[in-house]
Design a protein around this ligand. Structure first.
Ligand code: TMP
Ligand code: ASP
Length: 234
């Protein structure tokens, strides 16, 4: 399968057309950004880690009945995927307080939550990806009620799969962000699942094993991505 015209370049990935209009090729970059692109950098090898890890994890998720856009990994940095129209929502699941949740509600990072939290952000860089609720989503017609219900159901299943998968590898899943797309009327898990999009803390030491090392200048960024990669391949 050949890469044709590039149709989209995001902060961490490029997307190309192929000679099949139903298939795209995603190409993962080493570029890293934070705070809506205000902080920019590179994490050497990140594209390889995030591409391969996404493939491994999406396969596990598929096995548990959540359809994904994945077709096949083509190379270290490239994956063939079904062409989807992305639903412009960041679907975030939180198992433990951290990040913007801790900041917004004034609770310490690491505080257990009495309930798993599902929240949505409206994917819109100009607006800074604002928090959005179900009524807002339906009022703005970002998704239909049926799509929204599936997105919620799939998100909780993804959480169950990921929590177990990471725990077996000595990592606590604090929170994560996923995205969904539509192809042929079907809701599919799309985008990526990687240390860029999950908070993972070492079960023994509580050390941060994710993109917070880059966001917060904690050091050992590349080493940490490689360590997560090593554990994920076990
Ligand atoms: P937050 O606490 O900053 O809202 O982040 C929640 C989760 O979403 C965390 O695992 C990191 C992930 N995330 C992304 O994947 N992309 C983003 O642009 C942001 C802000 C967070
Ligand atoms: N990728 C996001 C950005 O640049 C933020 C993040 O992951 O923290 O804006």
């Amino acid at each position: 399968m050949q890469k044709l015209e590039m149709i989209y370049e995001g902060k961490a990935k490029k997307v190309y057309k192929t000679d099949d209009p139903k298939l795209y090729i995603v190409d993962y970059k080493d570029d890293a950004t934070a705070f809506n692109g205000q902080k920019k950098g590179q994490i050497a090898g990140k594209g390889v880690v995030n591409n391969t890890m996404t493939n491994i994890v999406f396969k596990k998720i598929e096995e548990r009945g959540v359809p994904t856009h994945l077709v096949e990994q083509l190379s270290e940095r490239e994956t063939l995927v079904k062409a989807v129209k992305i639903i412009p929502l960041e679907v975030i699941i939180r198992n433990v307080a951290a990040g913007s949740f801790s900041k917004r509600y004034g609770v310490p990072e690491g505080q257990p939550l009495a309930k798993t939290v599902l929240e949505f952000s409206y994917k819109n860089d100009d607006l800074g990806d604002p928090l959005i609720n179900d009524d807002h989503i339906l009022a703005l017609e970002l998704a239909t009620p049926e799509e929204l219900e599936l997105v919620r159901k799939y998100a909780y299943t993804v959480n169950d799969v990921l929590k177990e998968f990471f725990l077996e590898r000595g990592l606590k899943l604090i929170d994560f962000k996923i995205e969904f797309g539509i192809a042929d009327g079907q809701v599919l898990l799309a985008d990526e699942i990687s240390p860029d999009t999950c908070r993972l803390w070492d079960v023994e030491t509580n050390e941060k094993m994710d993109k917070d090392r880059f966001r917060r200048d904690l050091g050992n960024v590349e080493e940490t991505y490689l360590e997560v990669f090593r554990r994920v391949q076990e």
